[in-house]
Design a protein. Structure first.
Length: 396
């Protein structure tokens, strides 16, 4: 295969990559998106919950092809079974809709292509092309053929395992405690609450939680995630999920029709996501919500910012790290504070006793909380349980 010359090569066909490709192409850049798998959207590695309110911001219209089910909000369930009901408007970026992720991803790829981006599947990046410290493209492999893709900018949207970041000397290293190992069953013939996504804080000292995302009256995604450093043996995650299902009659008679397993970065924001001729977006840039492990919304939001900055860089013919810092500044202004706060909150929860978590959930359930934020939670707790404020003071 002959070498290719483009303005931008995007590595990875998930939401971060396709949204970046779409907006860069809309701004006039010649964009090529490459995806190592033969099909965009598979395999699914996702709880499949999103909120609706950020979709318009990134130009996504709800579509019955991928929108499976709508919920009213979320239920947070403490270790003693206390329940906090939260309206969808304040429940975060992962509550409101439950989707078919593979169809959703294909829809985003379709939008990128219609906006002018070119797409090659079954195409892997095997190294970066460089001139000194400047990235000038990728070496790729497609159906056994190796060739160069020369580009002004390389976008690393290659997910949790991001090789683009590592090759580009951008430090995306994760500590074991900043990796969440997840297992999820898609189950039928069960009885989920169809109106709520559930987050079950049954054993947060292991650095995770259980979730139930309904996909109808008798179907749901039922999953669990734990911090890697809390896992004591390779069977622990599956045993925990299986035990939870066996203990709950609404799920124990159900049937598993799909298993999803994977890992998610749940770190604090990394120091840098750009370099000369290169930028990272989505999971590759560690832009995932550290509390929930949800990454679709942030990937799309940052993808739009990346695409717009790439369009500006192309017009200015400036692909330096200094110019691409516009992307760095914009996405951090939009998300960094919340990512840091969610990271600190997760770190605190891991060291918090079940008794304290029970008190917090019960206290919040007794009032009409208007915003699910750390500061709002602290206000409520200070009135109900002032003895806990010192314990939670490092979050204020």
């Amino acid at each position: 295969m002959n070498d290719l010359n483009v303005d931008v090569v995007v590595v990875g066909g998930g939401p971060a990559g396709t949204i970046t490709a779409k907006y860069a192409a809309m701004d006039g850049a010649d964009v090529l998106l490459i995806e190592k798998r033969q099909e965009i959207g598979t395999p699914v590695r996702c709880g499949e919950g999103i909120a609706g309110r950020w979709l318009e911001e990134v130009g996504i219209k709800p579509d019955d092809r991928w929108l499976t089910h709508r919920v009213k909000g979320a239920k947070i369930i403490s270790p003693d079974g206390s329940k906090l009901h939260i309206d969808e408007k304040i429940a975060g970026k992962e509550v409101g809709m439950v989707i078919e992720r593979d169809v959703f991803d294909k829809n985003l790829a379709r939008d990128a292509a219609k906006s002018g981006a070119n797409i090659m599947v079954k195409t892997s990046a095997i190294s970066l092309l460089k001139e000194g410290n400047k990235v000038v493209g990728v070496r790729a492999k497609h159906l056994g053929d190796e060739f160069d893709i020369n580009a002004n900018i390389v976008v690393g949207a290659d997910g949790f395992e991001s090789q683009i970041g590592r090759w580009g000397k951008i430090d995306t290293t994760l500590k074991p405690k900043d990796i969440s190992v997840c297992l999820q069953y898609r189950m039928i013939d069960i009885k989920p609450d169809p109106d709520y996504c559930e987050f079950i804080l049954e054993d947060v000292q292991k650095g995770g939680y259980l979730w139930i995302f309904p996909k109808g009256d008798d179907e749901a995604n039922v999953g669990v995630g734990f911090q890697l450093n809390k896992i004591t043996d390779k069977k622990m995650v599956r045993s925990y999920l299986d035990d939870f299902i066996k203990r709950h009659p609404d799920y124990s008679r159900g049937k598993v029709i799909e298993i999803v397993a994977g890992a998610v970065p749940v770190s604090a924001p990394i120091d840098k996501t750009v370099g000369d001729g290169i930028l990272l977006v989505g999971d590759a840039a560690r832009q995932v919500n550290p509390m929930t492990g949800g990454g679709i919304a942030n990937a799309c939001i940052c993808g739009k910012i990346a695409g717009e900055v790439i369009g500006e860089a192309q017009k200015a013919q400036d692909f330096s790290c200094e110019f691409l810092n516009k992307y760095e500044k914009r996405w951090r202004k939009r998300l960094e504070d919340s990512l840091y706060l969610n990271y600190l909150t997760r770190e605190k929860l891991v060291s918090t006793s079940n008794e304290t978590i029970n008190k917090i959930v019960r206290s919040l359930a007794e009032v009409q909380i208007e915003q699910l934020s750390t500061l709002e939670i602290i206000k409520v707790i200070s009135k109900k349980h002032p003895e806990l404020i010192e314990e939670l003071s490092d979050l204020i």
